[in-house]
Design a protein around this ligand. Sequence first.
Ligand SMILES: Cc1cn([C@H]2C[C@H](O)[C@@H](COP(=O)(O)OP(=O)(O)O[C@H]3O[C@H](C)C(=O)[C@H](O)[C@H]3O)O2)c(=O)[nH]c1=O
Length: 218
Amino acid sequence: MSRLRLSTLPLAGLLRVQRQPLVDERGAFARLFCAQELRDGMLDGMPDGAAGVAGAAPGAAGNGPPHGPTAWLAPPAQIAQINHSHTALRGTLRGLHYQRPPHAEGKLVSCLRGAVWDVALDLRQGSPTFLHWHAECLSADNGCALLIPPGFAHGFQALTDDAELLYCHWCAHAPAAQAGLHPLEPRLAIGWPLPAGRISPRDAGQAWLTPDFQGLCL
Ligand SMILES: Cc1cn([C@H]2C[C@H](O)[C@@H](COP(=O)(O)OP(=O)(O)O[C@H]3O[C@H](C)C(=O)[C@H](O)[C@H]3O)O2)c(=O)[nH]c1=O
């Protein structure tokens, strides 16, 4: 039985992942990640042809090559690292971060404590939504996570003190490929819900976007 409900969002390839916890008198048990469910999950609002087939392995007989918004998860892709961040103060901004190709990374971002306003920014060269952003509130209570494909930058603002995030990264940390955009970049006009709180010197030091910024060629 599916324990993760996938939904499409306005930026192609970006998905909301709704955890479906099993609750009983002891408490709850929730699945944070399932390779097959993410690859093959049925999607809300997707035409049948675009979705994977629940339970069917991509490329298995009769299912053809992996396709649809989670095709990038097909083998040999796999989770390379899992990270945990704790953000002490409400209003703190982290990001917007990405890794340059060939280290461009897909991420599954889940909130395990508190709440964040989570932003994914489309940096895919030639994308019809290039430099468009989308935000979702991720919280321990709403069980919502964002599945962000390669080619996006990611950032968030803590909506509570002591917000904790779990990141699944589909590419290992590559310091030389690390890149970022200023969270208050005027060209993006990201509508952060709270006044900007703490920002790391690295993020605060990001240069403004130049007119010739082409994005990422994946
Ligand atoms: C991502 C990563 C970072 N680091 C080191 C690099 C720095 O010395 C330190 C903190 O990294 P950073 O300042 O990038 O941490 P955040 O500003 O919280 O960035 C994080 O939050 C934003 C919103 C993201 O999307 C990034 O993926 C994630 O790195 O950990 C590692 O050693 N391994 C890693 O995989």
